[in-house]
Design a binder for this molecule. Structure first.
Ligand code: ZN
Length: 418
């Protein structure tokens, strides 16, 4: 039985973060979760914090959202270690995006491009190189330092409508506002979108990229649901969010390979929506993306992945087989904890990042070892937590495979690869 969402219980959201409506349909409860990327020292496990991870669909505006907000400083403070410049595919995508904007919008020295969540300047550097005035916005200190070292002036604050007004006073209005992979992280999307609108020149555009909730559901990628991701957008929910804040959704592009399926939305103060916008909105409506039933189906698929995976690992353990896991990343934390896969069914997790060795996985507290542990300890089976890179990992682990090792790919349904 689902509890009614309208009752306030310690910090849990009772109204939609986008439209303010009260008809939130909770469809998924992943339990109390630690922060997904907070690997910890074995001696620190007693002080580990957990927060409820529950997901709801807004029956009024269709936005999918988590119901409990971990305060942003806990998530993106001085400890926030993600540098965009470490991901090759993302870098190439950003360069292409920057060059396309400069060419199509004919940007020059008289124009201003503002990027929200500019990170280390990985994108704006290419706009700046074309002689265009740029301004980054990013509260993470190490990333802002790195951007400024590249000559990208950076405002070190969280973006909202108030900051937008101050930026307009100091720097003027922007011809292009870019917000990639950030709108999922903002507690109040209205103030965020209203801020982008405030920043815009009358003929300017905003360009926003985010993984699509439709791809997440279709791929059963529930392990990308974590506290850092507060909202999960479809074209439908973005269209309504933009409209509510004075922007029109005029175009949408798809990037299927990026972050498991990314959409780029273009907003403007006026103009006519492109055919692509109409096509996407129609397709989402036909698939039921604007109905609660669509997400209930997803939740059933998640429950069966978790049950099947746990049953499989218990069975392997009963047969006397040893099982390890590959990939100590955020999604691994979610999968292990949601399915309840701890030290009773797994021995350890391996990862290529030396900074993670000697620590334990959040929640389940499995030790993280170097990849060489596979050759030394020879587990019979290897659960691939980074299942989106399964082909690549299996390729790299041919020696393990030749020695008789098998792989378990958990999603969309658990299967063994010999
Ligand atoms: Zn809503």
């Amino acid at each position: 039985m689902k509890r009614p969402i309208g009752e306030v219980q310690d910090g849990r959201r009772t109204t939609c973060r986008s439209c303010g409506g009260t008809r939130l349909h909770r469809f998924l409860d992943l339990g109390d979760m630690p922060r997904s990327d907070a690997l910890l020292a074995p001696e620190a496990v007693d002080s580990e914090r957990r927060f409820p991870l529950q997901v709801a669909f807004c029956t009024d505006c269709t936005l999918v959202q988590i119901l409990y907000d971990v305060p942003p400083p806990e998530l993106f403070g001085a400890e926030y270690r993600y540098f965009s410049s470490y991901a090759d595919a993302l870098l190439a995508h950003a360069k292409e995006h920057a060059e396309q904007l400069v060419a199509e919008r004919r940007l020059g020295a008289d124009h201003l491009v503002v990027e929200i969540a500019s990170n280390d300047g990985y994108l704006l550097q290419h706009v700046s190189a074309a002689g265009v005035r740029v301004l980054g916005v990013d509260p993470a200190p190490a990333q802002a330092d790195a951007a400024e070292a590249r000559g990208i002036p950076t405002v070190r604050e969280f973006f909202d409508d108030e900051l937008a007004a101050r930026i307009v006073d100091e720097h003027g209005r922007a011809d292009v506002v870019i917000a990639n992979n950030v709108m999922a992280h903002v507690p109040d999307p209205n103030r965020f979108v209203a801020g982008m609108r405030t920043l815009l020149q009358p003929d300017g555009i905003v360009t926003v990229e985010n993984p699509s909730v439709v791809e997440l559901v279709d791929r059963c990628a529930f392990d990308t649901i974590y506290h850092e991701h507060q909202s999960y957008y479809s074209c439908t929910s973005v269209d309504r969010l933009f409209t509510r804040n004075g922007l029109r959704l005029v175009d949408v592009e798809e990037f299927p390979q990026l972050h498991g399926g990314t959409l780029r939305w273009t907003g403007a103060l006026g103009g006519t929506p492109s055919d692509a916008v109409t096509r996407h909105l129609d397709a989402e409506h036909d698939a039921g993306v604007d109905t609660a039933g669509y997400y209930d189906g997803f939740a059933r698929a998640v429950a069966s992945v978790c049950e099947d995976l746990r049953a499989l690992l218990r069975d392997l353990r009963a047969q006397g087989r040893s099982v390890a896991a590959y990939g100590a990343a955020a999604k691994g934390t979610i999968l292990l904890n949601a399915a309840g896969l701890g030290t009773d069914v797994l021995d350890f997790v391996v990862d290529r990042n030396p900074h993670k060795h000697g620590l334990v996985m959040p929640g389940v507290h499995l030790p993280v070892l170097p990849v060489t542990a596979l050759a030394e300890r020879r587990p019979d089976d290897l659960l691939i937590l980074a299942w989106n890179f399964a082909d690549e990992i299996i390729q790299q682990q041919q020696a393990y495979r030749r020695a008789g090792g098998r792989f378990i790919i958990p999603i969309p349904e658990p299967r063994i690869v010999t």
